[in-house]
Structure formats: structure tokens, C-alpha cells
Design a protein around this ligand. Structure first.
Ligand code: ARG
Length: 587
């Protein structure tokens, strides 16, 4: 059994049984344990229980204290304030627990799997074909990837879906334009791939859009093209396929730069649901969920109204027979629930699409596709802002290309690495520069709760001081260097040794990795993990300042401190991996 009961759980259990021994009607009640500045843990639950039992809280607390089993885990427990319990954990228990985590050879640090894992389909990293990726796509990819790692770590079955924008009116427009202007992607362009080809496609897209918006006749021809596409016309489909293939090459190059694994089989774009669209509409109409209104198939909501007070429907099928974004998403729900057997559908999508998802989910509920057993939710993220606090734009007012941004981050990070580099080769500097730069971008994104906007500030992101990934990467590299320097001395736990305050604080925090990961996964909140890791690195820094490691007073002390160092390093490494961030051995 590799999984380890965390100290907080052990303390919790002991307090809960003392509580039910004292007050039988409180059996099963939560003692409400928290980490505390005053003691190792504080339990606040007695206040409410005393109120219910019409007892004096301090008296009740004192009776509970007399029932607490002390010795192995709890060294001391006392009443404080109006009836709190302050708990001190035995040094031996701290070291012992960490030793059990250290001995887990699965690399999980004794973290248990969730009690009843399910199947989650997560929709993230969904750029659009024939368009360059921008910062919004960055957030979905970075947050989604971390949530995937967190969920899989808890034992959840995760199905990834990259719902790329590869269908709809814009492709009719694009294909028609290219047919009419074949020279605009001539043979010279056909030779280039990846970023450059994408920039050509992006240019083509913009030119096509301009014509579409200004020329009614072109608009009509483009619309006819969509019908051809959806009906499977061979020539039209071949052109469409060319756009998709070209774009995918580009997506893969960006995801590789982001150090993120995206698998082709998981890319199921809007076009993947084409064969389901008509049936989705039929089912919705049959069930009475959708109704015809001015030729379109619509779903109405009491609480969704436009500025004029008129209800704004979700349009599932347009009056010209075309299907849009909503029809695709509703079909994707059917696929995910009935074919992929998901019990949770998670959408990592910009908060500006929240109304769309609210209406789509409500429609699916009315249709019975979502219910108490299958839930859907949007993990909505905020906007990336520039240093000026306005939505991130170039000086020319255009959206910032994601690749440019990543390149700049890598360049800045490489400068930082080079400046600090002692024994690194040029090749190593380039490799670490990429790991630090991409780590910095991911960490900045993950360390604010997703629903909030955040400022994209490269200076701050690659700073060595403060809540940044570089700070954590340096902490890790420093520990690894100490372990290398230790020579003959090895990390060995000595539970019999008394711990200093700095060691206790570090040890208790390291032990809380399991709870943190469980909470971050359950709440889809990677920022809880970043906060934990930052705190871990800070506690390590104060431990390192106060407690000599290789020069400690006894060989056992040296071994035990090396052990604390290594537990910290492994926890940092695991935690960062769950964020999609590398921890280089040397920096
Ligand atoms: N491609 C869309 C965009 O760039 C995001 C897709 C989100 N997922 C979904 N199932 N609608 O905005």
C-alpha cells in the first residue's frame, strides 16, 4: 500500500473520535481542522456543537481534550480562546509520515487516488483553422492541460477533446475566395509550412472576410459554398481539407513550443459532428425543446433577453437551413454523454462565451441529455490584459500572435539563465531558457484563479524574486545541487530526532501535498497548487537559511536534513509537472 494518510487526516480522525466519545450526539461531526499560526493545527468545530448541545464551549473543549489519544501523532492538545483546540503534532510523526511518502516508489509521494473516480471529457486547446493562435488560446491550453494532469493524478479517466473551429460559414467564404483568387496561395506558398504558411492563411482569411463584408454577391456565392461543403462536394471538401491539414501542422508546432502534448486523435473539431446535426435538431424539435420561429429552429429562455427586452433565443438551425456553433456543441454533448460515457463535461473556454454555454447546457438539460448523473460546466477564464490593464494588443491595435509572445518569453528567460549560468553550455542555456520561459508564461496564467483577468507582464514573469515559476525552478535546482554535493552522505529519515521550528513548518507543509492536489483537482483550481508550491519553496528557503545541511552537528542530522531537502525537491518536481512546468536539474 503506497498511499499514506496525511497528518491532518490522522489528527482529524483522533479529534473526531474524542468528540463522539465526549458527546455521542456529535458522532460524525466535523471538528473543522485548519493549519494555524498558533499551533500546528486548530480545530474550530466545537463552538457550533456546544451551541447546539447548549453546553459551555470551553468546558466541552476541555472534556474533548481529556479524551484525545496523544502520543503517536498528537504530542499535545489544549483549549484556546472561546473553545478552539490547538494541536501540536509529534516531531516523530512528521518525519515518519514524510518517510512513508518518500518510500512510495510510484512517484506519487503517497497521494491516494480519489475514492470514486469518474469519466471527464475536457474541452480545451481549441484554436481555429486558418487563423493564427492568440493569447486567448494560450489560456485554454495552459489551464486545460494542467486540469488534465491534476484529474489523471487523482485517478479520473480523462478524455481530451480539442474542439477546433473547422466548420461553418467562414470556410465557404475562404474556399470561394481562394477559388476566385487562386494566385493568392500560389505554388511558392505551397512549399512553406507551419508558422509561415499559417500567416499566409491568416492573410487570406482577412482578405476573404473583407470581401465577404463588402460585396453582397460574393457573400451569396460564399454561402452557397458552405452548403456544398456540408453536402460533401468533392472539390470543396478537398480544399477544406487542405486548410485543416495546414493549420494542424501549425497548431502542433505551437503546442510543441508550449511543451504540451496534443494528440491528433483527440482533435475532434466542429466538423466531427456534422453527421449528427440534423438528428440533434430533429430530437430537440420532437421533444418540444426547440421551436420554429421565423424559419429558424430556436430555444427560448425566460431569463435571456436582449437590450430591447425581447427574448434572445439559442439558434440551433438558421432559417437558410445552415447549422451553427450551438448545433455543433449540442451534438458534441450527445457524443460525449452517450458514446464516450462521460459523467462530467468540462469546457475550458473564455468567459465571454458564458452565455452560449449557459444556453447550450440548459437546452441539453431540457432534452434530458444532461441530468443529476451527468453534469456540464464551463471553466471560464478571464481576459489577458497588457501592462496597461487593457486587453492585450500590439501597438498597431492588433491581437498579439501567440508565437511572438512565446518567443519573447523564451528570449527573456534565456537572458536570465545566461546571467546566472555557472557551468552551463550554450546548448544547455538554450534548453533551460525554453523551459524557464514557457514555465514562466504557464505559471503566470495558472497562479491567478482562472475566472479573473490577468496582466501579461514578462518582466514580472521571469523575475527571480516572488511568486514565479523561475523562483520555484531555482529552489528545485538548488536542492538538487546540494544533493549532488553531499557525496557520501545520503538522505535518510531519522524520526527519533527533534525538529527545529523551520523543519517542522517545512515538513508539515510537505505532508499537505495530498490534500492540496485533491482540492485543486476537485475544484479545477490549479492556482491552489501554485500557491502551495510557492509556500513550499519559501518554507524551504527559511529552513535552508536557519538549518545547516551538510554541516549539521551529527551525521544523522545531516542525513535527516538531506532527506527533508529531497522530499521537498520531489514534491516541487511532482507539483510543477502537474502544472505542465519543467524543473531542470541545473540552472
Ligand atoms: N474555437 C473556439 C474559439 O476559439 C473555442 C471552442 C470552445 N469549445 C466549444 N466546445 N465550443 O473561441
Amino acid at each position: 500500500m503506497a498511499s499514506v494518510t496525511s497528518l491532518s487526516d490522522s489528527v482529524q480522525q483522533r479529534l473526531a473520535s474524542a468528540l463522539s466519545a465526549t458527546l455521542p450526539e456529535a458522532a460524525g461531526a466535523d471538528p473543522l481542522l485548519r493549519r494555524s499560526d498558533r499551533a500546528d493545527f486548530q480545530a474550530n468545530g466545537i463552538l457550533a456543537l456546544a451551541k447546539k448541545a447548549k453546553a459551555n464551549p470551553r468546558e466541552l473543549a476541555a472534556r474533548v481534550v481529556s479524551q484525545v489519544a496523544t502520543g503517536d501523532v498528537i504530542a499535545d492538545v489544549e483549549v484556546s480562546g472561546p473553545g478552539f483546540l490547538n494541536v501540536t503534532v509529534a516531531d516523530r510523526a512528521i518525519t515518519g509520515n514524510l518517510a512513508a511518502r518518500y518510500a512510495d516508489d510510484t512517484g506519487r509521494l503517497g497521494v491516494p487516488f480519489a475514492a470514486d473516480p469518474g469519466t471527464t471529457v475536457i474541452d480545451y486547446a481549441q484554436p481555429n483553422v486558418a487563423k493564427e493562435m492568440h493569447v486567448g488560446h494560450l489560456r485554454s491550453a495552459v489551464i486545460g492541460d494542467s486540469v488534465v494532469q491534476l484529474l489523471e493524478f487523482t485517478g479520473e479517466s480523462v478524455v481530451r477533446r480539442h474542439h477546433i473551429g473547422d466548420w461553418g460559414t467562414q470556410f465557404g467564404m475562404l474556399i470561394q475566395y481562394l477559388d476566385e483568387h487562386p494566385h493568392e496561395l500560389d505554388h511558392k506558398d505551397a512549399q512553406v509550412t507551419g508558422e509561415e504558411a499559417m500567416s499566409n492563411l491568416d492573410r487570406l482569411y482577412k482578405a476573404a472576410r473583407r470581401l465577404f463584408d463588402s460585396d453582397e454577391e460574393f457573400k451569396t456565392r460564399a454561402r452557397r459554398r458552405v452548403v456544398d461543403l456540408q453536402a460533401g462536394d468533392e472539390h470543396t471538401l478537398a480544399m477544406w481539407q487542405r486548410f485543416v491539414d495546414e493549420s494542424k501542422i501549425y497548431f502542433f508546432s505551437v503546442f510543441e513550443k508550449l511543451d504540451m502534448e496534443i494528440r491528433d486523435a483527440d482533435i475532434v473539431g466542429e466538423s466531427g459532428y456534422n453527421d449528427m446535426l440534423a438528428e440533434t435538431c430533429r430530437l430537440l424539435e420532437e421533444k418540444g425543446v426547440a421551436v420554429r420561429s421565423e424559419g429558424a429552429l430556436c430555444v427560448f429562455f425566460d431569463d435571456v433577453k436582449g437590450p430591447d427586452g425581447k427574448p434572445v433565443p439559442l439558434i440551433v438551425q438558421k432559417s437558410d437551413g445552415g447549422y451553427g456553433y450551438a448545433a455543433t456543441d449540442l451534438s458534441a454533448i450527445r457524443d460525449r454523454v452517450f458514446n464516450l460515457k462521460a459523467d462530467t463535461l468540462l469546457y475550458v473556454v473564455d468567459a465571454r462565451q458564458s452565455l452560449h454555454f449557459k444556453m447550450v447546457f440548459e437546452t441539453a438539460r431540457r432534452a434530458g441529455w444532461l441530468n443529476e448523473d451527468v453534469k456540464a460546466l464551463q471553466l471560464a477564464f478571464g481576459t489577458v490584459l497588457g501592462k496597461d490593464g487593457k486587453p492585450f494588443k500590439t501597438r498597431e491595435g492588433e491581437t498579439v500572435r501567440l508565437v511572438d509572445l512565446l518567443d519573447e518569453a523564451i528570449e527573456r528567460a534565456s537572458a536570465v539563465v545566461r546571467e546566472k549560468a555557472q557551468d552551463l553550455s550554450e546548448e544547455e542555456i538554450a534548453e533551460r531558457g525554453a523551459q524557464v520561459g514557457i514555465g514562466a508564461v504557464k505559471y503566470a496564467d495558472l497562479s491567478t484563479s482562472a475566472n479573473r483577468d490577468y496582466k501579461f507582464d514578462l518582466d514580472q514573469m521571469v523575475s527571480l524574486n516572488g511568486d514565479t515559476s523561475v523562483y520555484l525552478q531555482y529552489a528545485y535546482a538548488r536542492i538538487r545541487s546540494i544533493l549532488r554535493k553531499a557525496g557520501e552522505a545520503h538522505p535518510v529519515a531519522h524520526p527519533e530526532l527533534a525538529l527545529t521550528d523551520a523543519e517542522r513548518a517545512l515538513g508539515l507543509h510537505a505532508d499537505a501535498f495530498a490534500e492540496t492536489v485533491a482540492e485543486a483537482a476537485a475544484e479545477y483550481a490549479p492556482h491552489k497548487l501554485t500557491a502551495y508550491l510557492y509556500q513550499l519553496a519559501s518554507l524551504y528557503t527559511s529552513f535552508y537559511d536557519k538549518c545547516p545541511v551538510l554541516k549539521a552537528e551529527s551525521p544523522e542530522q545531516v542525513e535527516n536534513r538531506l532527506f527533508l531537502c529531497d522530499v521537498t525537491a520531489r514534491t516541487l518536481h511532482r507539483g510543477m509537472a502537474l502544472l505542465g512546468i519543467r524543473t531542470p536539474e541545473k540552472l
